[in-house]
Design a protein around this ligand. Structure first.
Ligand code: NAD
Length: 494
């Protein structure tokens, strides 16, 4: 990747996107389109189809027909593997173009996007392609006159709903295992970050995925997302996004066919630093990156810094020092560490959180304001607020922006109690040289992932899922496959 190549892709006009239904590009049934605003400069980048309920129903019907006639599920595993591996190769071959398109759409800094988006998506598709012929059924330990077999069957039609922060990475977390296990899929990307994911779906068709096996419908969540949620013909919904939408999806399931609903939701993840951390400078650097990369728009962002009181002031100063070295600006410059906030709506919400934090007694140690207004884009200073109490809004509510709340603690027990003081349980970290304490933190802090002496970066070999109101089920690793299969028992009298 070099700056010249990035600038070449950046200069290319982006043509209008339509749905992908039954292997074809299809406009909205009523001809509606949506403007796609780039957070880099606030300008219209292109348009996408503004889907209708009828569009979603057509996509679901296509996926259902494809599943029922076995054009994908009925293929030998080796044939499915070949297509998925080719898809991963195509994603990799087009990585920079996809990454730049995605950044123009959602504002993530290119250095992170190139790895986390096409890089990660290709790796994920390949992982599940390689896994698909290594997933066995089971023989049950029955009495000798019976053969009890447990088959793992594809569920049928999977509805996948994706957020805007890492559309390709999160899209691949759903599409990889869903398609590997023989399901058909209808995908609903986010309104504010659909382009790279739509392009990635086109590449699946180029790789040889049969028509109708993967359909993608753009549009508003409350229209096409709701139609998917209420469908009688979708068997499972896999969702990443906010708790409010997750709750709605569970209601839709209850009101329709009781489809399975798997939710990957938000977090308020505690990054806990003890005075006996092996390297406090490194901990400060990683703490800054762990909240501020991608402008804090990371589900596992370490948005709560819990610091042992004896080192509080020095450590906050070290985090602030590391943060001011991170350059905020044009996400398509290779020198940028923190790109744009995804949308104006999100930027305003972030600024409101800062205002609330100070009105509740928090002190701004760094940042706090919008910057680079002259670009027309949406940029915010990385912001550190100290004196955040257990019940403060900044402890209890996910910002999903570049805002770090800091709270001191005196003892290990108090650190655990503070860490567990929210409805969330997605990620966390503890920094300590004490092995016993590290294990006590792993056991004591209720999260889906606990980092020790690092933050973030867990790869595809381990699951990512939340507890509490951070969700159910998990993405990544072989465990994710459970969401995309049904167990069928065969009970045979011999
Ligand atoms: P969101 O809930 O607003 O939107 C997510 C998706 O849901 C979008 O595609 C949207 O169109 C769709 N949607 C909206 N309303 C809908 C409805 N009524 N019915 C069906 N679909 C609907 O979330 P967001 O703002 O895009 O994403 C940010 C959230 O995602 C944060 O809370 C973040 O923590 C979470 N997130 C979680 C993970 C994880 O792995 N746990 C990863 C990334 C993001």
């Amino acid at each position: 990747m070099d700056q010249q190549q990035i600038d070449t892709f950046r200069a290319q006009p982006v043509s209008a996107f339509s749905h992908l239904i039954d292997g074809k590009h299809v406009p909205a049934s009523d001809g509606g389109t949506m403007d796609i605003i780039s957070p880099i400069d606030g300008q219209v980048l292109t348009t996408t189809a503004k889907g209708t309920t009828a569009d979603m129903e057509a996509a679901i019907a296509s996926a259902r027909a494809a599943f029922e006639d076995g054009r994908w599920a009925g293929q030998p595993p080796a044939a499915r593997k070949k297509v998925l591996l080719k898809w991963a190769d195509l994603i990799e071959a087009n990585a920079l173009e996809l990454a730049v398109l995605g950044v123009r759409d959602n504002g993530t800094e290119i250095g992170m996007a190139i790895k986390a988006e096409p890089g990660s998506a290709a790796g994920t598709i390949r992982y599940y392609a390689e896994a698909l012929d290594k997933i066995y059924g089971e023989i049950a330990p029955t009495s000798s006159d019976i053969l009890g077999m447990i088959h793992k069957e594809p569920v049928g039609v999977v509805g996948a709903i994706i957020p805007w922060n890492f559309p390709m990475m999160i899209g691949a977390w759903k599409l990889g295992p869903a398609l590997a296990m023989g399901n058909s899929v209808v995908l609903k990307p986010s309104e504010t970050a659909s382009l790279s994911l739509m392009r990635m779906c086109e590449l699946a068709l180029e790789a040889g995925l049969p028509s109708g096996v993967l359909n993608a419908v753009t549009g508003e969540g409350k229209v096409v997302g709701e139609a998917m949620g209420l469908s009688m013909d979708v068997d499972v919904i896999v969702f990443t996004g906010s708790g409010g939408t997750g709750r709605r999806l569970m209601e839709y399931a209850a009101r329709s066919n009781m489809k399975r609903v798997y939710l990957e939701l938000g977090g308020k993840s505690p990054n806990i630093v003890f005075a006996d951390a092996p390297n406090l400078d490194e901990a400060a650097q990683v703490a800054a990156g762990g909240i501020f990369r991608n402008s804090g728009q990371v589900c596992v962002a370490g948005s709560r810094l819990l610091v042992e009181a004896s080192i509080h002031d020095d450590f906050v100063a070290a985090v602030a020092k590391a943060t001011v070295q991170m350059r905020v600006g044009d996400p398509l410059s290779m020198e940028t560490h923190i790109g744009a906030v995804n949308s104006e709506v999100q930027l305003k919400a972030n600024l409101r959180f800062v205002k609330t934090a100070t009105s509740e007694g928090g002190k701004i140690a760094l940042g706090g304001t919008q910057i680079l207004q002259e670009t027309g884009g949406y940029y915010m200073e990385p912001t550190i607020v100290t004196g955040v109490t257990r019940d403060a809004t900044l402890t209890q509510k996910e910002v999903f922006g570049p805002v770090l709340g800091v709270t001191p603690f005196e003892t290990e027990a108090k650190a655990i109690a503070l860490a567990n003081a929210t409805v969330y349980g997605l990620a966390g970290a503890a920094w300590t040289s004490n092995l016993g304490r590290a294990h006590r933190m792993i056991r004591g802090v209720r999260t889906g992932v606990m980092h020790i002496n690092t933050y973030g970066g867990a790869d595809g070999t381990v699951p990512l899922g939340g507890v509490g109101q951070s969700g159910n089920g998990s993405d990544k690793s072989l465990h994710a496959i459970e969401k995309y299969v049904s167990l069928k028992t065969a009970w045979i009298k011999l």
